[in-house]
Design a protein around this ligand. Structure first.
Ligand code: SF4
Length: 228
């Protein structure tokens, strides 16, 4: 397994795109612009990538790198033995969310906009890193992230495997809580692999304003009605 830290990640942002994507309404555009600039000045985007491959698949168990094992319906179905994959953690650091908490004392709306800026900047950092991985792996990649959707295809507890494998706290300052959440919150983790398109939203029936793809139904053989 080869680890690589990516820093100086360019954030290719646009005010219009931010307002549309995050559905920012009833806030003056100049104010939004100012908050976006604050977010950009505080963000410290970094990523940790681990280049490895799939060693063995046994039922739902997917063995990667040395002796690390993920247990996941989606991974065991979509990955193939020998396939190169990249385990990743991306973050914009903790300053944006800290500033948003401070701002909440002055204005809840401004704090909400800055929180949304943090999410937007994280998505831009992740997009850049995904592009790097696609060049290296030679094809379009899908991202498989623990806990996305209803978590039934890749359980959030599997974050532990990622964190044990690549120890992101040592390299880019991202920690995992006992409830498997990342600190700083504006961080994202998962596995990039060349695969038929997979976006968790496609198999997630939730009513959700952040949906990126229409719901196409239950993923092969996964019982869903217990959770709906
Ligand atoms: S629809 Fe919403 S909750 Fe479901 S996976 Fe997509 S973003 Fe997550």
């Amino acid at each position: 397994m080869r680890l690589e830290v990516v820093d100086n990640i360019p954030l290719n942002i646009s005010l219009g795109e931010f307002i549309e994507l995050k559905k920012i309404r009833r806030v003056d555009e100049k104010e939004v612009q100012k908050i976006l600039e604050v977010g950009v000045s505080l963000a410290k985007p970094k990523a940790l990538l681990a280049f490895t491959n799939v060693k063995r698949i046994d039922g739902l168990k997917v063995y990667v790198g040395g002796e690390h094992m993920f247990e996941s319906k989606i991974l065991s179905d979509r990955l193939r033995v020998g396939q190169p994959i990249v385990i990743y953690v991306v973050t914009v650091g903790g300053d944006v969310e800290r500033k948003a908490s401070e701002l909440a004392k002055e204005s809840v709306i401004k704090a909400f906009v800055l929180e949304s800026v943090g999410d937007y900047l994280l998505s831009k950092a992740r997009e850049h890193v995904k592009g790097i991985v696609e060049c290296r792996l030679g094809g379009k990649v899908s991202s498989f992230a623990p806990g996305t959707g209803r978590g039934d295809l890749f359980d959030i507890k599997q974050q532990e495997v990622i964190f044990k494998m690549i120890e992101p706290w040592k390299h880019i300052g991202v920690n995992l809580t006992e409830s498997f959440l990342m600190v700083p919150r504006k961080s994202s983790s998962g596995i990039f692999a060349v695969s038929e398109e997979y976006v968790a939203c496609m198999y997630c029936p939730r009513k959700c304003e952040n949906r990126r793809k229409p719901f196409v139904g239950t993923y092969m053989g996964v019982e869903c009605d217990a959770h709906v």
